[in-house]
Ligand binder design. Structure first.
Ligand code: LMR
Length: 398
């Protein structure tokens, strides 16, 4: 039956993890996938999550199906975490559906747009963006097109280019926005720039489709990081929002996320919600329960919630320290290049500016793995390997 099925290429991000696993050199370092590691290169179970897990284990849980839209207490707390004091929360006009992490939220969102937004079949995505955005769009039957975002000349934001492209785009375009900690560049808009962008969206009536996979990781503060979606919602825009709890709760394998749509009123919310459920049912029927219980237990238990905010800050701070340590290491090696973008960029990643052939040399000669666009996950660095990595980067870039 399948003799004509061609061999597909490895995934540009998860394929790196596979190559890393195959490497038997003890010096190997994985700077590929965006997954947090502690200073011993080990996955970190957040203390707040551990407490919630103990409480769940000792409680009277069962393994029943969740409804199609997921665990109610989870959806309510996810919405509160994202939207906080936006009046739309109290007005009960946010349709929220538990999702299979951020990817599942994006998939639901794009399927919803495909079915209910006939005005456009194209999602505008930043150049560059997380590679999966484009394939999710394609597999949902949508086209994608890039808008200007990154400025390679200064490793920063090309805000004028971004505004220019979104001005030129047809009114009512669907625009995917990274709420914070842009992946892969680590380059975000300032709050003042978000304000300006909000005005543009209001004028052009674009559809803001937010991906917020890193709330808390950009600044260490979950409110600060949610500025953009809250600004748009408070201004009256109907946004779509994809949340992931993989990174900020360290719940990667539990596939826990939330997809929400801000509606004009509660009746519209009910209609939208009914259709999101109709989309979810044939995809996966209903979502897994464990991650939803963990997240809602943390967010709804004041002590655990306090601990969680500290845990997020611990992760964000360690990453910030690794940025500085890497730049120091490069200077110590004698690199005269300006690496200050590594400390200016934020979130889990740095966009180093290394070219594909240099990334390949790092893997082959030094057993250091990263994506071929020059992105590194700072979480893969620690006090023991940072100087080794700095030296290797120096050797391939000089
Ligand atoms: C990443 O960009 O490394 C993460 O979002 C993991 C993934 O699924 O690609």
């Amino acid at each position: 039956f399948w003799k004509d099925v061609p061999q597909g290429p490895p995934d540009p991000i998860l394929g790196i993890s596979e190559a890393f696993k195959r490497d038997t050199d003890p010096k190997k370092v994985n700077l590929g996938v965006g997954a947090y590691r502690d200073d011993n290169s080990k996955p970190w179970i957040l203390p707040s999550v551990k407490k919630a897990e103990d409480a769940i284990y000792n409680g009277k849980g069962d393994h029943e199906y969740l409804p199609i839209e997921g665990f109610d207490a989870f959806n309510t707390s996810a919405v509160k975490l994202a939207y906080a004091d936006c009046p739309a929360v109290a007005d009960k006009r946010i349709a929220a559906c538990q999702s299979l992490s951020g990817t599942g939220a994006l998939r639901l969102g794009m399927a919803f747009l495909k079915r209910f937004y006939p005005k456009s079949n194209t999602v505008l995505v930043p150049n560059p963006t997380w590679g999966n955005h484009k394939t999710i769009a394609k597999d949902s039957g949508l086209d994608w097109k890039e808008y200007t975002y990154y400025n390679p000349a200064n490793y920063g934001l090309n805000f004028n280019g971004l505004v220019g492209d979104l001005e030129k785009a047809p009114d009512g375009s669907i625009v995917l926005l990274h709420a914070c900690a842009h992946n892969p560049t680590g380059v975000d808009l300032t709050h003042a720039e978000w304000d300006q962008l909000y005005d543009l969206f209001a004028k052009k009536n674009h559809v803001p489709f937010f991906d917020m996979a890193y709330q808390g990781f950009a600044s260490g503060n979950t409110d600060h990081d949610a500025y953009a979606p809250r600004k748009f919602v408070k201004g009256g825009k109907s946004i779509l929002l994809c949340q992931s709890f993989a990174k900020n709760f360290g719940l990667y394998g539990e596939r826990i996320g939330c997809f929400s749509i801000v509606c004009d009123d509660a009746a519209e919310k009910d209609r939208v919600m009914s259709q999101v459920k109709i989309l979810a049912r044939p995809m996966y029927s209903n979502p897994p329960i464990y991650g939803a219980k963990v997240v809602s237990t943390v967010l709804n238990t004041p002590d655990f919630n306090k601990q969680w905010l500290a845990d997020v800050k611990t992760m964000a701070d360690r990453i910030i320290n690794m940025r500085a340590a890497l730049v120091d290491g490069l200077k110590t090696c004698g690199s005269t290049r300006d690496w200050s973008h590594i400390t200016k960029q934020i979130g889990m990643f740095a966009f180093t500016g290394l070219k594909a052939d240099q990334c390949q040399r790092l893997a082959k000669e030094f057993h250091i793995y990263m994506t071929m666009d020059g992105r590194i996950s700072l979480a893969g660095l620690n006090s023991k390997n940072v100087n080794y990595v700095a030296e290797a980067i120096f050797k391939v870039s000089n």
